[in-house]
Design a protein. Structure first.
Length: 273
């Protein structure tokens, strides 16, 4: 189901078909509890193109994080199938970086050691990737904190370290669950700009979940809007903006119109911004 497009806006129901990218076909999720079944997601059908920046926005509890975990292979769907580059996802797959809402850093490892964890697990060349880890830490403002333990950092600093950890092994697919929610506004804008640059220069496929409608429109090629639980697709919007965007784009009439169009799907503005 999709809404009717407003002036100068295009609403699309899916990306281009094909084996590449991420294909969601009839995927649903129901949790079994002692009190009975709890439906989280109604059957979903959509495609994320290879190299696309795809953003999912929706109210709390609508199943956004569940969807991300199923795509990563950390959680099995109750029905349907998930294909990544034509291969069905039945377990966690290697060429993906994940950033969750919470940093999930190992408390006994230093910041640098936490960032290097994927390198150690994959047995990649440490010297080569250590330099990349240091560059990422500098990028997010953690230069000088490499030897600190997680408890010595603020919540926002811990989340920045987790973003570095997801990027350090240069994965082709990035799955990001509200990754910038713990950051201050200025750092969040800077990370949005850097994430946009990384996606543009590397061609990574990025699936990002956010509660912020303006953030979704600023970053995305397409925005999937979800309904309240059990989550389903309300609409998928094509973002009518160029790929290289500065913060000035937020004053563009096309930007503000699309933000308003998406906001109409929800009862209150404050629930998502």
């Amino acid at each position: 189901m999709v809404s009717q497009p407003g002036a100068h806006l295009r609403v699309v129901s899916d990306g281009a078909a094909g084996a590449s990218g991420i294909r969601i076909s009839g995927v649903s999720k129901t949790y079994r509890t002692r009190d009975g079944d709890v439906p989280s997601l109604k059957p979903l059908d959509f495609h994320i193109n290879d190299g696309e920046f795809f953003v999912v926005v929706g109210p709390s509890g609508c199943g956004k994080s569940t969807l991300l975990k199923m795509i990563s292979g950390l959680l099995p769907p109750s029905s349907g199938e998930i294909l990544v580059d034509g291969k069905q996802v039945t377990e966690p797959h290697g060429n993906v970086g994940i950033v969750f809402q919470n940093a999930l850093l190992l408390p006994w490892r230093t910041v640098l050691a936490n960032v290097m964890l994927p390198i150690d697990m994959k047995r990649l060349p440490r010297a080569q990737y250590r330099q990349r880890a240091m560059e990422l830490l500098k990028l997010v403002g953690l230069e000088g904190f490499e030897k600190k333990l997680p408890w010595q950092l603020s919540g926002g600093m811990q989340q920045r370290a987790s973003i570095c950890r997801a990027l350090v092994h240069d994965p082709r697919i990035m799955l990001m669950d509200e990754p910038f929610g713990a950051l201050d506004a200025m750092t969040r804008e800077r990370m949005n700009m850097e994430l946009q640059r990384i996606q543009r220069e590397t061609g990574k496929t990025i699936l990002l979940i956010t509660h912020s409608i303006p953030e979704a429109v600023f970053l995305a090629d397409r925005v999937l809007v979800m309904t309240e639980r059990p989550g389903s697709i309300a609409a998928i919007y094509d973002v009518p903006l160029g790929r290289e965007r500065s913060l000035d784009v937020m004053a563009d009439p096309a930007f503000t119109q699309l933000v308003q169009q998406i906001r109409k799907h929800f009862f209150t503005q404050s629930a998502l911004d």
